[in-house]
Design a protein around this ligand. Structure first.
Ligand code: GSH
Length: 313
């Protein structure tokens, strides 16, 4: 395979906390990777062309394979490049379970704090887009309620921050010991978000000295080596290659899903998002792959995690 065929391309923008999680993960692996800067708010025509409709950040592309969601991105990076591992202890399963909580409960709390505290200071187009994405149809009331409820929300994030401080208080470099693990990136991104985007974030974090030391250690990992790529080049890349061939089915799928079925996939939250339509190429308990064709791209595969996504036949 040519190096262009296997090169890691991350569609992201600098302010995205979930992209920061993946940038740190790429730093842990020490990769050289390509960054495509996508718009912070829709329209995102080039990204949508590649994903078939998924608009969230980040998205990873390798040739004609498109990986949606940081969960699947981290899993695929480990599959393709097992060393250095994201799982330096024997706790891989628990790390995935814990990461589901950081992606949902912890990240939701942070978005409520950041958007609730900013309230009327948010730019109107950004407030409307992220309000609908994170607070549902009645998003204006949701942002107001978060602002009014800020002390309670802060109490809910402060408890986990104190647990993390306990975990790190024996002087270890990373959460699981001397080696950085997926869970460092999977937790770091919320700390990065609180520090950078909420006025009172630095003061709250300063209550936790061991956490602050760890935060510096994770920051020092860096993001690997980045070189930029244009959206047009990424699209040409997808068109030039064929997706990795996957064709596994799952006899025990609880919904009776099988390869060859036409389905719609969307995040399992009320974010008002456009579903992705395609034909199932492969599926198992953790992932689902859709084949998708586009006149500018030819055949591509779009990969999603199962946890956190609704699949409708
Ligand atoms: N579960 C997704 C969540 C992704 C997510 O919500 N990302 C935020 C940015 S940090 C987003 O997409 N915001 C709207 C946007 O970028 O258009 C993942 O882990 O990748």
């Amino acid at each position: 395979m040519s190096s262009a065929e296997t090169e890691i391309i991350l569609h992201n923008y600098p302010q995205s906390p979930v992209a920061e999680k993946v940038r740190v993960a790429l730093g842990i692996k020490g990769f050289h990777w390509r960054a495509v800067e996508i718009p912070r708010i829709p329209p995102k025509p080039m990204l949508i062309k590649l994903t078939g409709g998924y608009r969230r950040t980040p998205v990873m592309q390798i040739g004609a394979d498109i990986y949606c969601d940081s969960q699947h991105i981290i899993k695929e990076l480990e599959r393709r490049h097992p060393s250095p591992t994201f799982f330096p202890t024997k706790d891989k399963g628990l790390i995935w379970c814990l990461s589901r909580w950081t992606d949902t409960v912890l990240f939701d709390l942070c978005t409520k704090i950041v958007l609730g505290a900013a309230g009327d200071d948010l730019p109107a187009d950004f407030a409307q887009d992220r309000g609908r994405l994170y607070f549902g149809a009645d998003w204006q009331a949701g942002i107001k309620a978060a602002g009014a409820n800020l002390p309670h929300l802060v109490s809910q994030i402060r408890a986990p921050l104190s647990w993390l401080d306990d975990q790190l208080s024996d002087g270890r470099t990373f959460l699981l010991g001397d080696s950085a693990a997926a869970i460092d990136a999977q937790i770091y991104f919320v700390v990065w978000f609180l520090r950078g985007r909420w006025e009172a974030g630095p003061a709250l974090l300063s209550q936790f000295p061991a956490l602050l030391r760890w935060e510096k250690n994770v920051k020092a990992i860096g993001h690997g080596q980045i070189s930029e790529m244009s959206g047009e080049e990424a699209i040409a890349r997808a068109a030039a290659y064929t997706p990795v061939s996957l064709d596994h089915s799952d006899r025990d799928d609880p919904q009776g899903l099988k390869t060859g079925m036409q389905v719609l996939i969307s995040p399992d939250v009320d974010g008002g998002e456009q579903p992705v339509e395609g034909v199932i190429k492969a599926l198992d308990a953790q992932t689902i792959t859709l084949g998708h064709s586009h006149e500018d791209l030819g055949e591509i595969c779009v990969h999603f995690p199962r946890a956190g996504y609704v699949v409708e036949a």
